[in-house]
Design a protein around this ligand. Structure first.
Ligand code: AHG
Ligand code: MN
Ligand code: MN
Length: 339
């Protein structure tokens, strides 16, 4: 007989972890399961995207004025539907919707949580069959239970996150999440449609040798970044330099590779976009929570990402994220060459 190792499924793992929170009644467990279910549906359609006519532009623009892809819209619908039906969540802030979606039904109004989500991250990579992802962040509502969620429930600093995670639709599909007690990764077994614990207690290597940045924007970078790139390219055996450069253009995929291999991801502010490109609520904060839980660091070049007080739903922030020592080095350059 084949000697199989006992696998732990995502559902089993979440339930086991629930017992570490003495007052938990299972609402967060159900919410995470709802997200995992929607992710499996999105995964199925991403895999089939080359076969059916769902690639290409939807013909509308989202709030950021970017062309929406059909899969962006589809993924958004899947997560909204799953979270609405699950009734643990009273509102969602999504990259694809200008305003929050507040659930005003008798079940959801009692939901204690709100979710900020980028339903499809790296969507410009879809046609090229390059890894894409979903990023999410969960907060406890601050408004009174008994009504739909409010904007104020969303505008909380990242340190208030109860859980955060991402799904990477890559050569295999993985869900990685944290509830503030370490980071765990689950790989989808597509034959049975179950996420299985494959990467327990994920930690950044102490330091790494990869740097990820869109160097096409070089002329628009602040002096600190230009000097830091030079530093990455210099030779020094003690610090593994010159680093190697890797940039996919999907935050989830770049972050995930760097978490496993050891590397820093940078999306700084530029002269044309002073706050960079990435969104604080549903891109920067969730990966920042994961990074810190994995022994790493996330900053905007000067300040901790998770302490930033958001003022609007879709606001952007520069992002420097990776092993602590690498992020601190980049921050040193930012301070030294402050303009
Ligand atoms: P989205 O597809 O959700 O709009 O996000 C794309 C983001 C992010 O995934 C990636 O890190 C970044 O855009 C890449 O931007 P550049 O093309 O400017 O490098
Ligand atoms: Mn994105
Ligand atoms: Mn997106």
């Amino acid at each position: 007989m084949v000697n199989r190792k006992r696998i732990t499924t995502l559902t089993e793992f979440i339930v086991q972890r629930q017992s570490e929170y003495p007052h938990a009644k299972g609402a967060l467990t159900r919410l995470l399961n709802d997200i995992a279910t929607a992710a499996k549906i999105v995964n199925r359609d991403i895999n089939a995207a080359g076969l059916v006519d769902i690639l290409g532009y939807e013909g509308k623009e989202n709030i950021q004025g970017e062309a929406q892809k059909k899969l962006d819209v589809f993924a958004n619908e899947q997560f909204v539907t799953a979270l609405k039906g699950g009734a643990e969540c009273c509102a969602i802030a999504s990259e694809e919707n200008e305003k929050i979606i507040s659930f005003n039904n008798e079940f959801s109004e009692l939901g204690k949580y709100v979710v900020a989500i980028d339903p499809l991250d790296g969507s410009s990579n879809i046609e090229a069959n390059v890894s894409i992802g979903t990023i999410f962040s969960i907060y406890r509502r601050v408004s009174e239970v008994g009504e739909g969620g409010k904007v104020e429930d969303m505008l909380q600093p990242g340190i208030n996150q109860v859980a955060a995670g991402y799904v990477i639709y890559g050569s295999s599909t993985m869900l990685v999440y944290t509830t503030g007690k370490g980071v765990n990764g689950f790989t989808l077994d597509p034959s049975v449609g179950i996420f299985c614990l494959s990467h327990p207690d994920m930690m950044f290597p102490e330091t790494g040798s990869v740097y990820s940045i869109n160097e096409g924007n070089y002329i628009y970078f602040p002096q600190g970044i230009k000097q830091y790139i030079k530093y990455c390219q210099e030779s020094d055996k003690n610090t593994l330099r010159p680093y190697t450069s890797r940039y996919i253009g999907s935050l989830v995929a770049d972050f995930h590779r760097n978490l496993i291999r050891g590397g820093i991801f940078l999306y700084p502010g530029t002269t044309t976009k002073p706050s960079g490109k990435l969104r604080l609520l549903y891109e920067c904060n969730p990966v920042a929570f994961i990074a810190e839980q994995a022994g790493g660091k996330a900053s905007d070049g000067f300040n901790r990402i998770m302490e930033k007080q958001p003022k609007t739903l879709h606001e952007r922030s520069p992002l420097f994220i990776g092993p602590k020592s690498m992020v601190e080095k980049a921050e040193e350059f930012m301070r030294q060459y402050k303009e």
